[in-house]
Design a protein. Structure first.
Length: 194
């Protein structure tokens, strides 16, 4: 099975002014593409040659195959967490889960942003369904993903510098302010209700 770079769910300039077309050209068009291309090279002739991304992430173990598969999966997930029509406050099941788990949306947003800003080096901030109508925030370094831990990812924010450096330089807070204006709550609700 040859893995393909998934299309963005919007045009490269659709997230402007919050995330530039130039950032998407590099982040999606170069970084994400490189993870997919490298994964295809690494799995050729191995037990993972015909495996899907989730199977590879779950079974490859630490090393280059896992790193590239997990980053390919994480990035594909991240693109779906953003929308030019996103932002604002969530509705539906995710709004109820946020209120139940965090007390309020504002408290959740502050906790998620603080967690994301605390990522040292490269990594991800995740909102995870931990079961029993409980959701939690977790940060993970490098290519780690909730899939490794049998958790259901609901939302992620990429905290690798390539996600924000062209637009925000070292201002993680500015990037996170932009992120909240783009969050695709419909996608998060779909994930929670699946």
């Amino acid at each position: 099975m040859k893995h393909e770079l998934p299309d963005l769910p919007y045009s490269k300039n659709a997230l402007e002014p919050h995330i530039s077309a130039e950032t998407l050209e590099y982040h999606w068009g170069k970084h994400h593409r490189k993870y997919v291309d490298t994964l295809n090279e690494l799995i050729s002739g191995t037990e993972f040659a015909d495996a899907g991304l989730e199977d590879i992430v779950g079974n490859a173990g630490a090393g280059p195959i896992f790193n590239n598969a997990a980053q390919a999966w994480n990035h594909a997930f991240y693109w779906n967490c953003l929308s030019p029509e996103g932002g604002g406050r969530p509705q539906g099941a995710v709004a109820k889960a946020i209120d139940s788990s965090f007390g309020s949306f504002d408290k959740f947003r502050d906790e998620f942003s603080d967690a994301a800003k605390s990522v040292f080096g490269s990594g991800w901030a995740w909102l995870i369904n931990t079961g029993n109508d409980v959701i939690s925030i977790q940060t993970m370094p490098n290519a780690e993903t909730p899939l490794m831990h049998g958790r259901i990812a609901l939302l992620t924010c990429d905290m690798w510098e390539h996600a924000y450096y062209l637009d925000y330089r070292n201002d993680k807070g500015g990037y996170l302010d932009a992120f909240w204006k783009l969050v695709n709550w419909d996608f998060v609700n779909e994930r929670l209700e699946a």
